[in-house]
Design a binder for this molecule. Sequence first.
Ligand code: NAD
Length: 416
Amino acid sequence: MAGTQTALSVALEQLTIAAERLKLDSGLREMLANPKRSLIVSISVKMDDGSISVFSGCRVQHWDARGPFKGGIRYHPNVTLDEVTALAMWMTWKCAVVDIPYGGAKGGVCCNPKKMSKGELERMTRRYTSLLYDFIGPYRDVPAPDVYTDAQTMAWIMDTYSQIRGYSVPECVTGKPLSIGGSEGRSEATSLGVVVCAREAAKQTGLKLKGATVAVQGFGNVGWNAAKIAYDLGCKILAVSDSTGGICSSKGLNPYKVYKHKSKTGSVTNFEGSENVTNKEILETKCDILIPAALENQITKTNVNRIEAKIVAEGANGPTTPEADKALHEKGIVLIPDILANSGGVAASYFEWVQNLTRERWSLEDVNRKLESKMVKAFNDVHRTAKKEESDMRTAALMLGVGRVAEAIKTLGLWP
Ligand code: NAD
């Protein structure tokens, strides 16, 4: 990590900034600063060698005033309850910014999935699901993929939940494979949303998307798809990276070829015709659009002065600290905040849930049309708010998200 501020301290500082501007009273602020419910579980798993390992997992449900809880599940060695709490809080604001009827949640298991076999991952996922069983469900809390979990993980969750229920419940989870009720377009939706936001910001700043230079940190689901979509729109991909390092080429990279190379070698590095660079250098690439799509806390006070992009579109959750936000704004760099930029993922998850509940199937064109319209509306809402409030886009998005959730809580009232 490039800095030391925790994700939760960032999330709480952002809440304070929004609450001050919205003039929320102290009781409401305290409610919003704390998740409604957090569950910690110990997941005992039989490993391939016959031994038993116990993994620590959790599910944090932040607020559900606008609808059922919704949020991804992350498998990573650095997962902590605090980090998951921050991610759950951001989910609450995000669902409100993109205006879908969900609250925010997040789950995590502290493990190293890269060192586990497929069988071990399946047994861990099923046991974790059984421990969460009473807390999740189609009208209660609907999980989705996040870092190092994917459509297969969601399939195991759906199957475990359905086996216990006694009948098939595809609507208990989103981000599933197409064969079991997943939605067309879901796997690329987060990245499509990121690129649509970057396109709208480019329009505002007079930047032409065709030929615009792009750097992407993280080459997983969000990063690789964002690089691919931007490339297909005529952008020049200057640099990409993953946890093993980065590559750059002034002539531009073909992300499809980089993806093939990574699938073969396990890393983007040593790609033919490119130069190896560090992850630090990726963020400091001189480019038009920078897309952080890895983890939190990447653009901080220590490197913000070396960021040379015109637009930063946050594919990842929480990659920029509040201090860095301020510095970027002062430098005239347009930052499209995570709770807006990557909200396409949860919007498409919502579309998947609706299709499952109604037993319908929408075409890819339908999904992408609805997604595009949600993203453009959310972008314009945030942009308009930023103008009105004379603020940066982060503050505006937080004001919109926190404000909508606060309004819902006030309208519902407190019971008992
Ligand atoms: P993923 O597991 O598919 O990919 C993560 C990528 O980040 C991998 O390429 C990994 O090698 C790379 N990475 C890890 N540590 C890194 C480091 N220190 N430097 C550079 N790269 C590093 O995960 P994902 O689903 O693409 O999620 C990425 C980010 O996007 C996360 O912050 C996640 O919360 C956020 N996000 C994901 C979705 C979604 O739909 N998947 C939706 C919204 C937000």
